[in-house]
Design a protein around this ligand. Structure first.
Ligand SMILES: *[C@@H]1O[C@H](CO)[C@@H](O)[C@H](O)[C@H]1NC(C)=O
Ligand SMILES: *[C@@H]1O[C@H](CO)[C@@H](O)[C@H](O)[C@H]1NC(C)=O
Length: 330
């Protein structure tokens, strides 16, 4: 006991603790923050999917504050309206609008894109943020597995349908919210249709996030720099992403949430990729939650896998018909 307390009170420990906290403080200070970035987006148009809550809402709020014409793409009219009013009130930006989009439905994605393109010629920033985890294994009426449709195929189709508008507004940016959980993901195209079923919803989520990075790097290869597309890890964020889990999983998650980022902090790396001048000219990359470049899982950058997934996604979403072969100038 005596020995223990004398070790614990040794000045070396004190010095270590001081050094560690100084290092953490310096690191935090050096981190990029939206508030210090002066970029103004007047005259530019941005779409944020899943903008009614969590990270998406804070990203939309930031873009609206920078005077962008900001389109909130939300699944629920009611929750979308609440976010719309909140963002309009906080920013005083009248060019914030709400449009309905359910990325699990390819019909909804097509409808959204068509209506958007009827009214808008340009699109400067597309933030693919919408996603869900813990959805039950379900095959949608369009023959797609629900989680993979929501997190992968819907954003894939959306991005491709809007690609001409993005190209016309170059240098435009596509930002894909992935996750460090992609390191645990596995690849199997048959999961997209539910033919192959993954063992757990955690594996499903990890794999959809891996596919996000695969599609990001593949699109980069196809675009050859006309539009930049990057993926990022927002950090482990306390959002409604847990809403489909059981009560005990949510309880555990909430108990650990002391260590987690708030949605506002979690929005930082997404905003960084969407607006920062430091990202200009960078494409096909993966950023960590502290806005630094990181190396994704190697297979996410494998061209053979990228091509295989791209072709499967084209087929499954019905993309690639006449006049729709976008992103395919390979
Ligand atoms: C990310 O980017 C690719 C290519 O643009 C797209 O197909 C993919 O579905 C996007 N969205 C997400 C959330 O990964
Ligand atoms: C998914 O990723 C998390 C880490 O982010 C990991 O703890 C979990 O085990 C992974 N799930 C599977 C099935 O690999």
């Amino acid at each position: 006991m005596d020995a223990l307390s004398s070790v614990a009170s040794h000045p070396v420990w004190f010095a270590c603790a001081l050094a560690l906290s100084t290092a953490l403080w310096v690191r935090k200070k050096r981190r990029w923050a939206p508030g210090t970035c002066p970029v103004d987006l007047s005259g530019k148009t941005a779409i944020v999917t899943g903008a009614n809550s969590g990270i998406g809402k804070y990203v939309a709020l930031d873009l609206a504050r920078r005077n962008a014409h900001t389109v909130l793409a939300c699944r629920s009219l009611e929750r979308g309206r609440a976010a719309l009013e909140e963002i309009r009130r906080a920013t005083g930006n009248p060019r914030v609008e709400l449009r309905l989009l359910d990325t699990s439905s390819m019909a909804s994605v097509r409808d959204f894109a068509q209506k958007f393109l009827e009214k808008n010629k340009r699109l400067d920033i597309l933030v693919n943020n919408a996603g869900a985890s813990g959805l039950p294994h379900t095959i949608t009426v369009e023959g797609l597995e629900l989680s993979f449709a929501t997190n992968v195929l819907g954003p894939f189709l959306l991005t491709n349908l809007l690609l001409d508008a993005l190209k016309a507004s170059a240098p435009a940016r596509i930002v894909n919210v992935s996750s460090s959980m992609h390191y645990w993901g596995s690849v199997d195209v048959r999961c997209l249709t539910g033919e192959e079923r993954m063992k757990s919803s955690s594996q499903v989520y990890n794999s959809t996030k891996l596919m996000n990075v695969i599609f990001t790097t593949e699109l980069h290869r196809r675009l050859r720099g006309t539009v930049s597309v990057n993926a990022l890890h927002p950090g482990i964020v306390k959002t409604e992403i847990m809403r489909y889990y059981s009560w005990w999983a949510r309880l555990l998650f909430n108990m650990c949430s002391f260590f987690l980022k708030t949605p506002k902090e979690g929005a930082t790396s997404t905003i960084y990729c969407a607006v920062s001048q430091q990202v200009e000219g960078i494409s096909g990359k993966y950023f960590d939650s502290d806005c630094s470049l990181a190396v994704p899982l190697p297979l996410a950058e494998d061209p053979a896998i990228g091509q295989k997934f791209w072709e499967a996604a084209e087929r499954l979403t019905g993309l690639g018909g006449a006049g729709e072969k976008l992103g395919g100038n390979k």
